[in-house]
Each structure stands twice: as C-alpha cells, then as structure tokens.
Write a protein that binds this ligand. Structure first.
Ligand code: APR
Length: 331
C-alpha cells in the first residue's frame, strides 16, 4: 500500500467528518413554506446540505410539508432534520435565514406590483427571526427582491454584507437555458452574468456570455441574441402566464440553494447577487445585482467590472427603478 492509498483514505475520512459532523449541524430556516420555500427545503434535505426549519403563517401547512419531506429523507439517504412550524422560536440559531414569505404575482402583474403587500410581510418576518439568529446570513427571495432586501437590512440591523438578494443567478440561469435551447447544446458549458435589479430592467452582459469560453457573438447573430435577452427579461412573466395562479419556483429554489451552499461551505464563489452598493459602479445606498464572492460571511467582496458606456447606462437605469420603489416605501 503506497502513499497514494493513505492520501485517499485521509481524504475520505476528512469528507465524512466534514459532511456528517460539520455541515449536517448547519441550520437553515426557510420563512414561507409556499412553492419556493418548500422547494428550497426539499433541495436542502435531498442533497443533505443542512437541517431545515420550514416556517409559515398558515397553521399545519409547514408541519405537513416538512413531515412529508422528512419521510423522503430515508429514500434519499439523507440525515437532514426537517421541521415545520408557526413559531419563530424554532428558527433560533440559524446559520442562514431565507425569506420567501409573501405573495407571488398573477398574470399581468410585474414584480413591482407586489411592493406594498410584501413589504408588510417582510417587516413582520424579519422582526420575528433576525434577533433569534443574530449571526445568520439573510437571503431574500420575496419580490420585488432588491427593495425587500433593503427593508430586511434596515429592519434586522445586520451588517450589510450579511444581507443578500437572490435574482442574478436565476436570471443568468434563464439566459443560459435559452442559449442552450437556441444552439441545441448542453447548458452546462454556457456562462453568463446578468446584473442590475431583479426586474424588467435587468442587465444581461453579452460580453460575458460564452460557451466554454467562446463568445456568444461568434455563435449567434445579434438579432437572435437580442431576442434571447428579451425572453430572459420576461422570463418570470412567461412562467406566470403559463401557471396563471402563481409564479416560478423550481429555478428560483435551485438558485437560492446555490447561494446557501456557497455560504455554508464557505465556497467564495463568484455569483451575481443583490448586495448593498456603497460606491462600486457609481451606485450608493441601493441593493443591486452585481458579481460578489459569496462565502460564510455573506458578501466577502463585491467585484467591480469595467463596464462599457452602454452597459453602465443600462445599470444606472435599472438602479433608478429600484430607487423609485424604495421611495414609495419611504412615503
Ligand atoms: N409570515 C409567514 N409566511 C407568510 C406570511 C407571513 N406574514 N405571509 C404570507 N406567508 C406565506 C404564505 O402563507 C405562503 O405559504 O408565504 C408563502 C408564499 O408562498 P406562495 O404563495 O406559494 O408563493 P411563492 O411562489 O413561494 O413565492 C414567494 O418568492 O419568488 C418570490 O415573487 C415570489 O414574492 C414571491 C415569493
């Protein structure tokens, strides 16, 4: 038996210890046990990422969904604990708090139309949870997400690097999907970055859209690219128009779990997330989607790209629409 065998053995022991004793002690509380929240809980449990507390205002519903997910864990060979509750006390000591509580859109509505109704919900749930998990990272999914993240920051009193919104990963995933469909290839090799507010004014960066490093402009003509961008900007509305009674949840949940994993595993991944800007990109005092290094402290660093004049203009326009929403909230 050579050195290589012992190295492999040590690695295997380290992995077992790491996954079973460190990660499985992580606790994620998902606030809002509707379509997005329950799907996040399912992914966390099925992938054995953390213990999960699923909270909702509706009595019985989070308990029923959590028990159902817990009963799937033996089949998944997962040792995650999954608990449903209507009591904020059960969320105490969470490593990550995920806010999905609130109302989804109906056909014809924009994300911004949810502002006032969801602002009340976010205020209530941040008040109920943040003091019980003062060291947690707070991830906001509820729309209009950038404005809700700002409210969550104010209400929690957390350091700004600990509060993030989920939008850019989802918008980027949608563009990657549409490029893969257009080219008839695997989405795995497609990379892109969508910045800006998580709304109709989002800013997909064509310069950073590649297939295994090959610029998309070498593979598709400009008109096709523009139509894929437009479809991405309306990606959420396209799903709403099919579902009629609610909005997307599989891709939003998968995108949120990518963020949770980056925090719990301290991956320091470069991901587009909504973060509070105070200077970068010439923007201050606003949550906007930008590339960040995401790790155990939340936003480890905001990465400032050198944007072209056109890209900068689009980002400013997107930031202005987030600012308008905030001013409605402050009235
Ligand atoms: N406290 C806790 N839960 C609440 C509260 C509250 N004050 N108010 C509403 N909820 C719960 C609802 O009972 C519901 O179970 O939030 C859940 C929302 O679930 P869905 O209606 O299924 O909505 P979903 O599709 O999950 O979307 C939630 O995420 O992507 C965004 O735009 C979407 O803002 C929406 C949010």
């Amino acid at each position: 038996m050579g050195t290589a065998f012992f190295c492999d053995l040590l690695l295997a022991i380290k992995n077992i210890l790491f996954y079973n004793y460190i990660l499985m002690n992580s606790k994620v509380s998902v606030i809002g046990a509707g379509n997005v929240g329950a799907t996040i809980a399912q992914l966390l449990a099925s992938e054995n990422i953390s213990d999960v507390v699923l909270f909702d205002i509706l009595e019985g519903m989070p308990q029923g969904k959590a028990l159902d997910i817990a009963e799937a864990c033996p089949v998944w060979k997962s040792s995650a604990s999954v608990v449903g509750t209507n009591d904020f006390a059960d969320t105490a000591g969470s490593d990550v708090l995920v806010l999905t509580a609130g109302f989804p859109r109906k056909p014809g509505m924009s994300r911004d139309d949810l502002l006032l109704a969801n602002a009340d919900v976010i205020r209530t749930v941040v008040k109920g949870t943040s003091g019980l998990s003062p060291d947690s990272v707070l991830i906001i999914v509820t729309n209009p997400m950038d404005a809700m993240a700002h409210m969550a920051l104010d209400e929690s009193g957390f350091a700004s690097q600990k509060v993030l919104g989920m939008g850019g990963i989802l918008d980027s995933a949608r563009l990657r999907t549409f490029v893969s469909m257009e080219l008839g290839i695997s989405p795995k090799d497609i990379e892109t970055l969508v910045l800006g507010g998580h709304g109709d004014q989002m800013v997909p960066l064509i310069r950073y859209t590649t297939v295994k490093g090959v610029p998309i402009t070498e593979l598709l003509d400009r008109n096709r690219i523009n139509s894929l961008i437009e479809r991405t900007q309306n990606g959420g509305a396209e799903i709403v128009s099919f579902l009629k009674t609610g909005s997307a949840y599989y891709a939003p949940a998968a995108s949120t779990v990518e963020m949770i994993r980056a925090v719990l595993y301290d991956e320091k991944r470069l991901l587009p997330c909504s973060a509070l800007l105070d200077g970068p990109y010439g923007i201050s005092g606003l949550f906007i989607g930008v590339p960040v290094y995401l790790g155990k402290n939340g936003v480890e660093k905001i990465v400032e790209l050198q944007l072209t004049e056109g890209e900068r203009e689009l980002l400013e326009k997107s930031a202005a629409s987030v600012k308008d929403l905030l001013s409605v909230l402050k009235k």
